[in-house]
Design a protein around this ligand. Structure first.
Ligand SMILES: [Fe+2]
Ligand SMILES: [Fe+2]
Length: 288
């Protein structure tokens, strides 16, 4: 499979991706109150606000179902984890080549921070693969369908989702059946039955679900679901099992958010460890 984006589009995508990452880590700097979140949001750079506006307007239940049908059969080709990482690495923000990490470096920094804290190998591996779903971008998916905080579709929007005011322009907001608290779902049905807005989290979950332990899969699948894991929203759709497994999502989140400032990983030195780790869990090629 080849990249369908032009170099300019790839650079733009990388820039929005970088700005979104910065926004999220700034927003969730330790110890902010709800009022401080809102204050922070108000000062956000226009491109980030614009990104969320388009995201919230377009992520309808219908859109999500179509994308699930398109991608979750995993018919986009066979690739090794390393090929996916290389492929993703073409997504470099060339507006500032000195300070920006490549995608692989972000993955390795996250994984290295987890490894240094002595966590199990599957946890380190979750750090290493967690953003590989961003290859969606290189299939030509727009940014708003790849990154951004995720949220359930087909039920009422929580005001704990960032920029909830933008949901007013989502066509689903005029469909009464989708706007009750539970919407199309049953109370406490479990998140596995809930359709979240489409993005890189769910895609990497689908790609890896045969190979990794469930704790790791929760980390991958829900790492951008900030309304739930940071703000405690949508508990009425979660079951007891989700509640227990979210402990792992909570453990994972600081490594994703705060490992960025650290020094650049020494690729040569750590690569053998990761080659070994990847081949412990994954066959040579997997379906994407
Ligand atoms: Fe991510
Ligand atoms: Fe990440």
């Amino acid at each position: 499979m080849s990249t369908v984006l032009s170099p300019t589009e790839v650079a733009q995508a990388a820039q929005i991706e970088e700005q979104w990452d910065e926004f999220v880590s700034g927003r969730y700097k330790e110890g902010k109150s709800e009022a401080e979140f809102r204050n922070y949001d108000a000062k956000v750079v226009p491109t980030v606000a614009e990104f969320y506006k388009i995201n919230h307007e377009n992520q309808t239940l219908d859109f999500v179902l179509r994308k699930e049908a398109e991608y979750f059969a995993l018919e986009k080709g066979e690739r090794s984890i390393w090929e996916a990482a290389d492929f993703l690495n073409t997504l470099v923000d060339d507006s500032d080549p000195d300070t920006d990490l490549t995608q692989i470096e972000h993955l390795l920094q996250t994984a290295e921070a987890i490894r240094k804290d002595g966590h199990p190998r599957w946890f380190v591996l979750a750090g290493f693969v967690h953003d590989l779903g961003k290859v969606l971008c290189l299939y030509g998916e727009p940014q708003w369908a790849v990154v951004g905080d995720t949220f359930p579709v087909g039920c009422a929007y929580s005001d704990q989702v960032v920029f909830p005011e933008f949901f007013a322009a989502n066509p689903d907001s005029t469909i009464p059946a989708y706007q009750t608290e539970n919407g199309i779902y049953e109370r406490e049905c479990g998140l596995d039955k809930v359709h979240l807005s489409f993005g890189h989290d769910e895609y990497i979950y689908q790609v890896t679900c045969k190979y990794m332990p469930e704790e790791a899969l929760y980390m991958l699948r829900y790492h951008s679901f900030y309304a739930a894991h940071k703000h405690g929203a949508y508990r009425h759709l979660m079951n007891e099992h989700d509640e227990r497994m979210f402990e792992w999502v909570h453990k994972f989140n600081p490594y994703d958010l705060y490992s960025k400032g650290r020094e650049r990983p020494n690729m040569q030195e750590i690569l053998p460890y990761y080659q070994d780790l990847v081949s412990e869990f994954f066959p040579e090629k997997i379906d994407w």
